[in-house]
Structures are given as structure tokens and as C-alpha cells.
Design a protein around this ligand. Structure first.
Ligand code: GYE
Length: 324
């Protein structure tokens, strides 16, 4: 009996010592002293997501971070399950890209109670309590929407005709869908010629983008512009437009967001008219932040990714050097 108790105490002390060593909240850690990160990814819905996953996995490797990775298939319940399992495994840090903005307080509280720091990457949550996470690394989606709207306004400087716009929204309730819509509408609503005549979710996928665009085309004889919240939906919509005997980029101007390889190719080919870049290469910055957070160092509560925009000509120049 005595032997058993002392063995237990010993385990307890070792665990504490390890936690003390890394300064981490999570007391698990890896046996070789590496930081252990649990990463709950959204899914594999788009080219952006695939590039983001690759960036996270590669940079974990080169930063010497042990990565536990899960794919939630665009379902919040799966992400919550994954986060709970990382809490149980006592990882040192949890990073995740919340599929939607709402409904995270309970599980984030559980992580806080377990003293495991959380980093938001790519997408935000709408929790009022900002102390539920250490930092948020990702793009400014409202700004992206504004850039899309501004390009359109510049295209239609002259003229008095109404401009009929259809919008393919990202996943309902997600930060990029909410914010890209908001930013775009803020800019175009200043001019009454611009009319969003239809707006529906295409869930950030090619298949849904095609399906919804087909319905838009059937219901609306005159569409001048498509604003798609990501390249994949724009690429699906291109198939629908061509299927309806129209020329994408000419009969219907197309604006999208991301600038992944296939989107940039369609832009260079003249099928997409303008792309607002959203960088998926968040891995290296995420690993830096994770190391600091685990050490208990101060980090900024918001880290915004730097991004640009591409016209058709700029896409032709940029394509050969693109990493994704
Ligand atoms: O634009 C889209 C992906 O959250 C920024 O998610 C990301 C978005 C990206 O599915 O392609």
C-alpha cells in the first residue's frame, strides 16, 4: 500500500515539474519536452483549407511542435469533441479555427479551467469574454469585403444603369461569411445603382457554388456581377455560367476571395475578374505564438495577416511564384 502511494506522489511531482519546465498550463506535454499542440481544423472544404492545413503541419514539424490534428468536416459538434479530447489529453496549447462564430463559451471555459491556453486561428468567435483565448491570428474579413466592393465601384464609375449583383456566401454563421458580406455591402450600398438581387450560402465548396449559381441563373435573367466569398464557390459558379451558355468574366463579372492556385488560374484566364487575397499560410506565425503563450509570455491579442488583391494582369505575373 505504502509503495503504491509513494509511486502516485512521484508521478504527481514529475508532472508538476514538467509543467513548471515549460511554464505551460497543460500538464501533459510530450515525453521529450516538445510542446504539444491540439489543432481542431474546420474541414477540407476548399483549396484555402488544404493549403492552411499543410502550412500548419509543415510549420509544426520545423518548429519542433508535436501536433495532434483533427478535421471537423465543417461541423461545430466535431470541433467541440476534438477540443474536449485535447483537454483530456492535457496538451500544452489548443489552436482552432472555429467553423462558426457562436456557441464556444462552454468548451472554452473548460479549457481555461484546465489551464490550457487557446489560440484562435483564421476565424473568430463572438464570445464577449476575451480572456477565453490568448490571441486571434488571421485576416481582417471585413476589410476583404470592402476591397471587393471598392473594385466594383471603380469598375462602374460612369453610367446610370442598375448593376445586378448575386452573392455566394460562405458557411452560414462563419466569421468570413458574416464579415465579407458586411464589408462588401458597406461599400456598394453607398451607390443606389448597386443591387444585391440574390444572396445565398454555397458553404465555401465548389459543388454548392455550382448548384446555387444554377438556381440564381434560372431565377434571374439579368445578372451583371457575381461576388463569391471564396474562389472555390466562384469556380463552381463558372461551370454553372458556362453551362447556361454565358461567358464568365464577360457576361458576368466575377469577384472572389482567397487567391488559391485554381482561382488565380481562372483569373489569369479571364474567367474571374478580380480576387482579394486571403492568406492560408498561418502556420509559422501560429507556432511562434504558441511557443510564447506556453512560456507565459505576453502576445498581442490580435495578429492580422498581410494581404493584397489581384487583377487579371497581376495574376499572370504572380502565378508562377505562388506557393498554393
Ligand atoms: O476563405 C475559405 C475557407 O476561413 C478564411 O474558409 C477561411 C475561409 C476561406 O473555406 O476558402
Amino acid at each position: 500500500m505504502f509503495k503504491r502511494i509513494s509511486a502516485l506522489v512521484l508521478v504527481g511531482v514529475t508532472t508538476l515539474a514538467m509543467a513548471g519546465c515549460s511554464g505551460s498550463g497543460g500538464s501533459g506535454g510530450s515525453s521529450d519536452g516538445k510542446i504539444v499542440m491540439g489543432f481542431a481544423q474546420v474541414g477540407a472544404e476548399s483549396g484555402w483549407r488544404t493549403a492552411n492545413t499543410k502550412s500548419v503541419q509543415e510549420s509544426a514539424k520545423s518548429a519542433g511542435v508535436e501536433l495532434k490534428f483533427s478535421d471537423a468536416q465543417q461541423k461545430q459538434e466535431n470541433q467541440i469533441k476534438a477540443i474536449r479530447s485535447y483537454i483530456q489529453q492535457k496538451v500544452d496549447v489548443i489552436a482552432f479555427s472555429p467553423v462558426v462564430e457562436s456557441g464556444w463559451d462552454t468548451v472554452l471555459n473548460e479549457a481555461r479551467n484546465a489551464k490550457i491556453p487557446v489560440i484562435l486561428t483564421d476565424r473568430a468567435v463572438d464570445s464577449q469574454d476575451k480572456s477565453l483565448y490568448k490571441t486571434f491570428l488571421g485576416s481582417d474579413f471585413v476589410e476583404e469585403g470592402k476591397k471587393a466592393g471598392q473594385w466594383l465601384v471603380d469598375q462602374y464609375k460612369d453610367g446610370t444603369d442598375q448593376v445586378n449583383i448575386v452573392q455566394l456566401e460562405g458557411t452560414t454563421g462563419s466569421a468570413p461569411a458574416n464579415d465579407r458580406k458586411e464589408g462588401f455591402e458597406q461599400v456598394v450600398s453607398a451607390d443606389p445603382r448597386f443591387k444585391v438581387i440574390a444572396s445565398q450560402t454555397g458553404d465555401f465548396t465548389r459543388a454548392k457554388g455550382k448548384e446555387v449559381m444554377e438556381a440564381f441563373l434560372k431565377a434571374n435573367p439579368k445578372i451583371d456581377v457575381l461576388y463569391a466569398h471564396n474562389d472555390d464557390m466562384a469556380l463552381g459558379a463558372i461551370e454553372a455560367i458556362e453551362g447556361a451558355g454565358k461567358v464568365p468574366g464577360k457576361d458576368i463579372k466575377i469577384i472572389s476571395v482567397d487567391a488559391v492556385h485554381d482561382g488565380m488560374q481562372a483569373l489569369a484566364d479571364g474567367k474571374i475578374s478580380f480576387i482579394v487575397e486571403c492568406s492560408p499560410l498561418l502556420g509559422p506565425q501560429l507556432m511562434d505564438l504558441a511557443k510564447k503563450v506556453v512560456k507565459g509570455e505576453q502576445v498581442p491579442d490580435r495578429v492580422v495577416t498581410e494581404e493584397t488583391t489581384f487583377t487579371q494582369e497581376q495574376a499572370k505575373d504572380a502565378l508562377p511564384g505562388r506557393k498554393y
